[in-house]
Ligand binder design. Structure first.
Ligand code: KYN
Ligand code: ZN
Ligand code: ZN
Length: 210
């Protein structure tokens, strides 16, 4: 028996918090069935960085890969959920004692972003010494339940670059409130947006069996 799929995505709706100053999310039914005679047709406006999403390296590096160029196997497979609640930031010293169980994907549970509709004043961020440790452990994807791996006001994006320099891709704004630490199967596929700097994803996990 395999476990039930758990949705770890923020529901997209008008009112979800965007990154300060970025494009608000908006969905509406643009053409009504009453008018078209056959169908309702919706339209959506969004930043790529609202809700649960992945960053393509092009987001923070002009020469980085675009979303349609990323290998999809990164976003499907075994992931370990690690509890880091209560920490102001997470770096090498916080993770070096922790067993990743060989998982190529780790999901950090900070619980520092309680409400998807309110951009948090502060949240747990990652320190620049995290990349080399993750590379050493064979990690290729880092997911986190915050809007960014760097602090809101960072211009240098040290954590983004540390991860990138060590071959680790980034998944942001996941929801881990009801997910206990342990091993899961993860699916969080980006859309094949040509040239894209990122993409919303539907992220789901289920308990790893075997
Ligand atoms: N949308 C923005 C607008 C301005 C400045 C940064 C952002 C970001 O999205 C940064 C964050 N590191 C992110 O990848 O989601
Ligand atoms: Zn992003
Ligand atoms: Zn980011």
């Amino acid at each position: 028996m395999t476990g039930k799929w758990i949705d770890i995505s923020q529901p997209l709706h008008n009112g979800i918090a965007e990154w300060p100053g970025d494009t608000p999310f908006h969905y509406e039914v643009k053409f009504l069935k009453a008018d078209t005679g056959s169908v309702n047709i919706g339209q959506m406006t969004t930043s790529m960085h609202t809700g649960t999403h992945i960053d393509a390296p092009f987001h923070y590096d002009n020469d980085g890969l675009k979303v349609d160029e990323l290998p999809i196997d990164i976003y499907i497979g075994k992931a370990r959920v690690i509890d880091v609640t209560g920490l102001e930031s997470v770096g090498h010293s916080d993770l070096e004692q922790i067993d990743f169980g060989g998982a190529e994907r780790i999901l950090l549970k900070t619980l520092s972003r309680p409400d998807a509709d309110v951009f948090p004043e502060t949240y747990t961020f990652l320190r620049r010494d995290i990349g080399p440790l993750l590379k050493e452990r064979g990690v290729r994807l880092l997911g986190i339940d915050t809007p960014s791996v760097d602090p809101e006001l960072s211009k240098t994006l040290d954590a983004h670059h540390s991860l990138h320099d060590n071959g680790v891709l980034i998944l942001e704004n996941i929801v881990l409130a009801s997910v206990e630490p342990g091993d899961y199967e993860l699916i969080a596929l980006p859309l094949p947006i040509k040239g894209g700097d990122g993409s919303p994803v539907r992220a789901v996990v289920r308990k790893w069996e075997g």
